[in-house]
Design a protein around this ligand. Structure first.
Ligand code: NAD
Length: 291
């Protein structure tokens, strides 16, 4: 049996660490404050925003959720961001993705003040990250690395295959892992929809990170027996046995992969919980940067 990488346990540890740090910051007269803008009524986004709000409150971070209607214009969204940029009591701002069709997410992310950009989506912060001088760490990639580190899984010198090249997961993660740093120094391949023969790469990998949004894409026969598998995928599939009507599954076929891998993270209970914990860390960082 492989070691199951327990995101629930590790994220709880981090949240406790953040809580302690928040108390210390508050004792110095500051109150970390995150403002989240949600536009429209995407049910998935509403769940994410609710979870972030709850996690902030539990950590002692003030959380404000700003709900804007589906009909919001780009100008109204940018004006709302600007209002929060100017608000000295707000340290972190995020615009929940996706925004409704017709609005530019990119423009919204770029309008957030770089010191308040706790998602680390602003080009300035992405640039600093790529240069090895991070201001913030993007939450999901940072969560993946944190899991590896806290499970003492070697990164330096290892061959890592990332499946997915998105701006929020695959690309920044590749940059972070390839960086000459304590938590990097890996040899990284990024696979994507243009990759021919995905299994050729995954089979050689010491660490496979799946972030493709394709349920069951990575199967046991695509892995080698000493590998670590981190599943970032969060896919809703219809499930009549569930009250919600759906089940959450990853990009990895857990049943076959867990028979081969040495370490594996499950979905749910893996990376998803880490993302929120790392976001809280960024809120603390943003507060310190603005104090
Ligand atoms: P995306 O949906 O923007 O892009 C998917 C990427 O996967 C693309 O780069 C594409 O080239 C690649 N891809 C798709 N099919 C492929 C295939 N068959 N073979 C090889 N590559 C393929 O990616 P995203 O926003 O990073 O999301 C990826 C998954 O991770 C989704 O399931 C998403 O829900 C999940 N996610 C989870 C968290 C979390 O906190 N756990 C955070 C972000 C994203």
């Amino acid at each position: 049996m492989p070691t199951i990488i327990d995101g629930k346990k590790i994220s709880a540890e981090i949240r406790q660490e953040v809580k302690t740090e928040v108390s210390e910051i508050k004792a110095r007269g500051m109150e970390p404050h995150l403002a989240v803008i949600i536009v429209g009524s995407d049910p998935g986004s509403q769940v994410y925003v609710r979870n972030k709000h709850k996690a902030c409150e539990e950590a002692g971070i003030r959380s404000t959720v700003i709900e804007m209607p589906e009909t919001t214009t780009q100008e109204q969204l940018l004006a709302q961001v600007e209002k929060l940029n100017q608000d000295k009591t707000v340290h972190g701002i995020l615009v929940q993705s996706p925004v409704p069709k017709g609005l530019s997410e990119e423009k919204a992310f770029e309008s957030i003040h770089p010191l308040k950009d706790v998602d680390c989506f602003h080009p300035q912060n992405v640039g600093l990250l790529m240069l090895g001088r991070p201001r913030f760490l993007p939450a999901t990639p940072a969560g993946v690395i944190e899991l590896l580190v806290r499970y003492n899984i070697k990164i330096s010198g290892q061959y890592v295959v990332i499946v997915g090249r998105s701006n929020i997961v695959g690309k920044p993660l590749a940059g972070m892992l390839a960086q000459k740093s304590e938590r990097g120094n890996a040899t990284v391949t990024v696979c994507h929809t243009g990759t021919k023969g995905l299994a050729y790469y995954t089979k050689q990998a010491d660490i496979v990170i799946a972030a493709a949004g394709r349920p069951g894409l990575i199967t046991g026969d695509m892995l080698n027996s000493n590998c670590t598998v981190i599943d970032v995928g969060t896919n809703r599939i219809p499930d009549a046995t569930k009250k919600s009507g759906y089940s959450l599954v990853g990009d990895v076929d857990f049943e076959s992969a867990s028979k081969v891998a040495a370490n594996i993270s499950p979905v749910p209970g893996g990376v998803g919980l880490m993302t929120i914990a790392m976001l809280l860390k960024n809120c603390v960082m943003a507060t310190k940067l603005q104090s």
